[in-house]
Design a protein around this ligand. Structure first.
Ligand code: HEC
Ligand code: HEC
Length: 198
């Protein structure tokens, strides 16, 4: 199983390295409109808006382009895109800015529900693609998405969106297949656990 995921992961990461890097200083200026919701520090106060600080740039770029092309749908982001009409270069600059900020982090307090989420995270091998539990290791790299320290309500929503196929997470639907087996309570516990990580 692990070997199989490993070879798929290699395939998954290939298209992730092709994107332009952008200029974070220009991005900071261009981010003014995004900061209305995401904040200039990337840590939004609104729990349903994702934190962008320290997020993997390729992931941010890919997802912003998905909204841009209508491949990922969210009513709020759709309105933003329609109003701002950012170019690929704007998105590269803005995502370079946000990804360069100190990485999002929770308070490190794992509640009883969080412990349940931790066990689920281990059982389903999420750490194979998301090594958020070991970010102090020098080798911390997330080729997928940083999810530790993300807003809890947003984590819950994004997991449900992926589970219900409202949002396509990866080209092999690997996450959807794993999440298909989960109950609502299990997804809540995962969100509780992940949001606390730092
Ligand atoms: C009016 C509020 C608002 C503004 C302004 C806004 N966003 Fe968002 N953004 C959101 C919300 C809400 C979501 C979560 C959408 C969802 O659940 O799919 C989101 C999601 C995202 C995501 C996905 C992150 C993830 O972890 O999956 C990216 C990338 C993003 N926004 C980039 C931008 C950029 C770049 C701008 C500026 C051009 C911007 N946003 C402006 C509200 C906003
Ligand atoms: C085979 C690799 C793989 C495995 C295993 C995996 N993920 Fe993911 N995950 C991804 C990829 C790739 C993305 C980015 C998708 C995208 O670009 O939209 C992602 C995105 C996410 C997101 C959305 C983040 C955001 O900001 O929008 C969450 C939450 C998440 N994963 C949680 C999990 C959990 C919980 C598990 C275990 C049940 C898991 N993942 C297992 C590859 C994986």
């Amino acid at each position: 199983m692990i070997k199989k995921i490993g070879s798929l992961l290699l395939l998954l990461t290939i298209p992730f390295v092709l994107y332009a890097k952008g200029d974070p200083e220009v991005g900071m200026i261009k981010a003014e409109v995004c900061a209305q919701c995401h904040g200039f520090d990337g840590k939004t106060a609104d729990p349903i808006v994702p934190r962008l600080n320290g997020q993997n740039q390729d992931f941010l770029y890919r997802n912003a382009m998905h909204y841009n092309r209508g491949e990922r749908y969210d009513i709020v982001m759709k309105k933003v895109i329609n109003k701002v009409r950012p170019s690929a270069e704007d998105i590269a600059d803005i995502t370079a800015f946000y990804s360069g900020l100190p990485m999002m982090a929770g308070d490190g307090i794992i509640t009883a529900e969080g412990e349940i989420g931790k066990a689920i995270f281990a059982k389903y091998n999420c750490r194979f693609c998301h090594n958020d539990e070991n970010r102090n290791d020098k080798i911390f790299i997330s080729k997928t998405a940083v999810i530790g320290g993300q807003n809890k309500a947003y984590l819950y929503k994004s997991l449900k969106d992926i589970q219900q196929d409202v949002r396509e997470a990866d080209q092999f639907n690997l996450m959807e297949r794993v999440l298909n087996h989960m109950t609502d309570d299990q997804i809540r516990a995962l969100a509780e656990y992940l949001s606390a990580l730092k």
